[in-house]
Ligand binder design. Structure first.
Ligand SMILES: Nc1nc2c(ncn2[C@@H]2O[C@H](COP(=O)(O)OP(=O)(O)OP(=O)(O)O)[C@@H](O)[C@H]2O)c(=O)[nH]1
Ligand SMILES: [Mg+2]
Length: 312
């Protein structure tokens, strides 16, 4: 089946075509590029929502509850669960399957787990490409679950229009530790496990922290909401906030600017991927060895490699 045909089937609602398309883009290479090119005209209408937070915060449970809330409003939902720690789709993912079981059998929901397979450009790239497939397939909302707040998650968050940062009560003084990185990417804070003691305190601390942050008039003010994901409590307010955030992005012109930035990142990544693929010829290892031995420098070597490509 060629790319055009696969995209046509995926757009026609064939789940197996969608699953196959995601596998292809996850693997990368020329086949992935061809597929992305065929899908590209049909992308750009999905609301992409990232959900991040520490291990065990209840992200998968919350994703399930939010997906149900969006479904009840008539929106179709794609879910991408990213596990950067596992080279395969391992144990955590199995747990997710169970957690997200409530969504099984709903044709308006598509769940996919992704793990790092050492693809060039990394997991963030593979995730963005998987999201593009769900986008082309017409899902109104795509939820991306990632653990923690490392650089990888920040990169993945850039794929999202709206980033929900999930915290849990009992952070205590640890509230300091979430400041870096997370504050910049959080559009909505969710204090999950609000059935536990200390939720009010965590909400207060987060609000105090946000109050100290730089803030210009007209900026989006990240709300701090509570949830009991296991009881689906708080989901309507969270979905409302995410929807309001997307409207804010559109009204303020930030959505267009983000689209431009994303386009530039995609172009830069494509150029990098293509350049590496073309230049990793027979001479590559020799260059590597000579650079390692300090006989050559990386920049001069790169220029020579590009020169060997000849004029195009
Ligand atoms: N008490 C309580 N437990 C919850 C709540 N939400 C989730 N849990 C429980 O917390 C545990 C972890 O939930 P997950 O949804 O797997 O958390 P996660 O953040 O996806 O975990 P990882 O993906 O492994 O990082 C499970 O046992 C859930 O049942 C909540 O609101 N209250
Ligand atoms: Mg999870």
């Amino acid at each position: 089946m060629n790319s055009q045909e696969l995209i046509a089937r995926l757009r026609g609602g064939e789940r197996r075509a969608l699953a196959r398309a995601i596998t292809i883009v996850e693997t990368g290479g020329p086949a992935a590029r061809e597929l992305l090119a065929a899908a590209y005209p049909y992308t750009g209408s999905t609301h992409v929502v990232g959900i991040t937070g520490p291990p065990g915060a209840g992200k998968s449970t919350l994703v399930t509850a939010l997906a149900q809330e969006w479904r009840s409003r008539g929106a179709t939902v794609g879910i991408v669960a990213v596990d950067p720690t596992s080279p395969f789709t391992g144990g955590a993912v199995l747990g997710d399957r169970i957690r997200m079981q409530a969504l099984g059998g709903d044709p308006g929901v598509f769940i996919r787990s992704m793990a790092s397979r050492g693809r060039l450009g990394g997991l963030a790239r593979a995730t963005a490409d998987a999201v593009a497939m769900l986008d082309a397939a017409g899902f109104a909302v795509v939820l991306i679950e990632t653990v923690g707040a490392g650089q990888g998650e920040v990169d993945i968050a850039r794929t999202a229009h709206t980033t929900l940062v999930v915290e849990v009560p009992g952070m205590g003084d640890d509230v300091q530790s979430i400041k870096a990185g997370v504050l910049e990417i959080a559009d909505v804070f969710v204090v999950n496990k609000a059935d536990r003691e200390g939720a009010d305190n965590t909400v207060r601390q987060l609000r105090a922290m946000l109050h100290l942050a730089d803030h210009k008039p007209g900026d989006w003010e990240p709300p701090v909401l509570t949830a009991i994901a296991t009881a689906a409590t708080g989901s309507p307010a969270i979905v409302d906030a995410a929807t309001r955030h997307m409207a804010h992005l559109r009204d303020s012109g930030q959505a267009a600017e983000r689209t431009r930035q994303a386009a530039e990142r995609e172009l830069a990544a494509a150029v990098q991927e293509l350049a590496l693929e073309r230049l990793r010829g027979p001479a590559w290892e020799q260059f590597v060895a000579r650079i390692a031995a300090r006989e050559r420098d990386p920049y001069g070597s790169a220029e020579e490699l590009f020169g060997e490509l000849g004029p195009t």
